[in-house]
Design a protein. Structure first.
Lengths: 551, 286
């Protein structure tokens, strides 16, 4: 205990609420740093963003939080986190909060011993939620911090502050050890990003308990050893590009620049003008995302605050109507509805064309929340449904949606879009659900996925040093080519992939790739492999110049 | 008093079986529309006027798609009257009434008979050689001397035990001909796929989708194997005898070699499915 500091003997609902709010603010401040720790060389699973969005779902509880019961608040927070969880890191965080709430069940408030036990239950729940827990990740950090809290709480002198302080310290130490536990981290020269997120989260909790200003909190960070930090500007733009489009009205996005912006006031004001409000930024620049019937009203309001720019308005109604029109062609309610998470408008159209009942767009950096998946499941109208996550960062969210919805909802752990296409092709609307699920599961085993992307940071993958900006080709996640531009890498990578006679090569070109180049690649492959069927299709995906499947 | 079996040309029965069992086949019509008004519409009888080879040659030419039409009431009436001399009975078994108006023509012809009771019209709910297998079941029952009710019973039983599975290279023909049925849901795919279809409840139903013809062939074979024990099997193709060779090898032993039927898809089914059709009709033992 620091001298002069008042002891806090009881942890109550108000302290938890302030703690969660402060943790969210801290995640917001350090989001970019956490994102920059991503080990995979493309920014497609932004851990910091996912954890932040998950926590925002907790603190933006519309109905107002109960502050008279610790147990009730913790349960509500856990529930909100589960529903709003995004990405693997968000799901794990939500399960941590779920276990934490379980540990506080029935407590109006609690002492340091119960608090430490609740943290331990949180860590246990987080482990239980992952099918193959990996050490050197945020799970390890959670376990270590809760272990330290329990050890500290066994000392009768330790108050709530002392316990949390020990937990935070242990989290820092545990984080520093993650590269020694997980070789892929050591190769990349970074600590685990999710673990860093947990440290930031815990610092926020402690900060509130000490009644300090979270805005002024300086968290000691483990930066990547090459010192790369992502610029806030790029993240802002990516944030703006992400939209969830399943509502009515117009998807409205813009920047507003002014001196002394009050983000939380802005968020409140904007929220009253529509739905799906996302307001992020700082006191000088805010990014606003909103679904509204009156985009002009929002823009006029924003113009009174400062200078608006990068205005983008998309008609959700039109998209919604197109979607409905497509669905109305199918008069029968399927026995098994199919929900797929996709990237890019090309893939969205492709999945719909193949009979997928509900397509959930995966933003450039925003993974869909559990709630979005549950809504999509409900949207199929089918008594049973199957979710195709099509992305390693959505697999846990899909699993969480399955466990929340009880019977009748399934998921097939597709980690790439080509696997999702194969599963969807194997889906038969006439088959019994069990039979259809088996066929879909079988189908993903016959697909090899090729990815061509650009490394966004210096890193090491499959034992090869890669520099930022280098185009790389992966076959089922393993580095297979890294020489030349996207076209060369694609051709090189496919040549190295296992081809069976009478197979199919499908090339999906991305949003940043020219169709002519993709068609040229198709022609050359047809000439080189005359016994292969070669399809060239628009995917429109971000980050990946090309995706390809080999079947 | 004998029982005579009548069907239509969509059964795609091999000529030697038609002859062996004394089956009467009433042809549908294939209509070729000229590209301009000065070229007359050609309406050809499926079989007597145009065979499979000539048809697929014309189909490959870049012109409008041929259409088809059911036999006329008179076509049926003439056959029924000729067959019902000597107090014989007619069992007339036809393509699904949801796919063709043939049953309707046959029923009207029956209604114009002096004694309609002499003719029984059966809507098989099937097409192509699935219909063909039901017709053969009727022919065997008739040859065994069963009375007309028992022959009808044998035909209906065969209809319920027989399934047809087929793949097409493109759904375009089924769509343009208006016979796409539930396979409508498969339209609009941006990928090239080979749909595997079936006829269920009288309509075309999508069953599965595979990416290549080679995989489709394998899947058709496994669909047959899944229906074991198989009592009758027919392989069907339009323009790809080499696929029949592969399927025959793959399915060797499912039925005795001498019982395996190979059928060439004729002009009417060909007009609605396109040249690449490959299919199997399979009857499982009860």
């Amino acid at each position: 205990m620091v001298s002069g500091e008042a002891k806090v003997e009881r942890f109550d609902a108000l302290r938890l609420l302030r703690g969660l709010e402060a943790a969210t603010l801290c995640l917001e401040r350090y989001r970019d740093h956490i994102n920059a720790l991503n080990i995979f060389p493309v920014p497609d699973g932004d851990t910091g963003t996912n954890m932040l969005l998950t926590m925002r779902a907790v603190v933006e509880t519309p109905a107002g939080a109960p502050t008279d019961s610790l147990s009730a608040l913790a349960a509500l927070a856990a529930r909100q986190a589960v529903l709003g969880s995004r990405g693997n890191s968000g799901v794990i965080l939500s399960q941590f909060l779920t276990g934490f709430a379980r540990g506080l069940d029935g407590c109006e408030d609690c002492d340091s011993t119960v608090l430490a036990a609740a943290l331990s239950q949180g860590a246990t729940a987080a482990y239980a939620g992952v099918s193959q827990p990996l050490e050197g990740t945020m799970l390890t950090v959670m376990r270590d911090l809760s272990g330290a809290a329990a050890a500290r709480a066994s000392n009768p002198d330790a108050d709530v502050i002392a316990v949390l302080r020990s937990a935070v310290q242990a989290a820092h130490e545990s984080l520093r050890k993650t590269p020694s536990l997980l070789p892929v981290l050591r190769d990349a020269g970074v600590v685990d990003s999710g673990g860093q997120g947990v440290v930031v989260f815990m610092e926020g909790l402690l900060c509130a308990l000490l009644v300090q200003d979270p805005h002024a909190l300086e968290v000691e960070l483990c930066l990547p050893n090459d010192g790369l930090a992502m610029s806030a500007a790029t993240v802002s733009q990516r944030f703006l590009d992400s939209t969830a489009q399943e509502e009515y009205g117009f998807c409205t996005q813009f920047l507003v620049e002014a001196d002394g912006l009050d983000l939380s006031a802005l968020r409140t004001q904007v929220s009253q003008m529509g739905s799906s409000a996302v307001v992020v930024g700082d006191a000088s620049l805010a990014k606003v995302h909103l679904h509204t019937f009156e985009p002009q009203t929002v823009l006029q309001f924003a113009a009174t605050l400062g200078v608006t720019s990068q205005v983008r308005i998309d008609d959700i109604d039109q998209q919604h109507q197109d979607f409905r029109a497509l669905h109305q062609q199918r008069q029968d309610i399927p026995a098994l509805g199919v929900v797929a998470v996709t990237w890019g408008e090309g893939f969205a159209a492709l999945f719909q064309g193949l009979g997928c009942h509900s397509v959930v767009p995966c933003g450039r950096t925003m993974n869909p929340s559990t709630q979005q998946l549950l809504d999509a499941v409900r949207g199929t109208g089918a008594p049973r449904s199957v979710i195709l996550p099509n992305n390693p960062n959505v697999v846990l969210t899909a699993r969480q949606a399955v466990s929340l919805s009880g019977q009748g909802v399934h998921f097939i752990p597709t980690t790439t879009i080509p696997q999702g296409v194969a599963a969807l092709l194997a889906y038969s609307p006439d088959a019994a659900p069990e039979e259809a699920l088996r066929a879909m599961e079988r189908a993903i085993q016959d697909v090899t996925t090729v990815e061509v992307t650009t490394a966004v940071r210096d890193t090491r993958l499959s034992g090869v040093d890669l520099s930022r900006g280098q185009v790389i080709g992966l076959v089922d996640g393993k580095l297979a080519g890294a020489n030349g531009g996207p076209f060369d890498v694609l051709m090189d990578t496919i040549r190295k992939a296992p081809l069976e006679p009478g197979g199919v090569i499908t090339i999906y070109w991305g949003g940043d790739t020219q169709e002519a180049e993709a068609q040229d690649a198709g022609e050359q492959l047809r000439t080189a492999f005359s016994e292969q069927q070669v399809d060239v299709v628009y995917g429109g995906q971000p980050f990946y110049h090309y995706l390809a499947s080999i079947e | 008093m004998a029982v005579r079996i009548v069907t239509d040309s969509t059964a795609d029965l091999p000529p030697e079986l038609v002859e062996k069992w004394g089956i009467t086949v009433v042809p549908l019509y294939v209509n070729f529309h000229g590209r301009n008004a000065s070229v007359a519409l050609e309406s050809l009888r499926d079989g007597p006027d145009i065979g499979a080879d000539a048809f697929y040659q014309r189909l490959a030419a870049p012109s409008t798609l041929p259409t088809t039409s059911q036999p006329t009431v008179n076509d049926f009436l003439q056959q029924y009257r000729a067959l019902c001399q000597d107090d014989d009975r007619v069992i007339s078994v036809h393509i699904s009434s949801k796919l063709s108006g043939t049953v309707s023509s046959a029923l009207q012809a029956r209604g114009q008979m002096e004694d309609p009771k002499k003719v029984e019209v059966v809507d098989s709910g099937l097409a192509s050689m699935a219909l063909g297998l039901a017709v053969l079941a009727g022919a065997r029952a008739a040859a065994a001397g069963l009375d007309s009710e028992d022959v009808v019973q044998a035909v209906r039983e065969a209809c319920t035990q027989t399934q047809v599975f087929f793949m097409v290279d493109t759904l375009e023909y089924l769509q343009k001909g208006g016979r796409i049925g539930k396979a409508q849901a498969l339209l609009g795919s941006l990928l090239s796929i080979r749909p595997i279809l079936t006829v269920r409840d009288g309509e075309v139903h999508p069953l599965e989708r595979v990416r290549t013809r080679a995989k489709a062939l394998q899947r058709l074979a496994s669909l047959v194997e899944e229906r074991s024990p198989v009592s009758e099997l027919c392989l069907m193709h339009g323009t790809t005898p080499e696929d029949i060779t592969r399927l025959t090898e793959r399915l060797a032993g499912v039925v005795p070699a001498e019982d395996l039927i190979v059928s060439r898809i004729g002009p009417v089914i060909g007009a609605h499915c396109g040249p690449g059709l490959l299919g199997v009709a399979v009857r499982h033992s009860a």
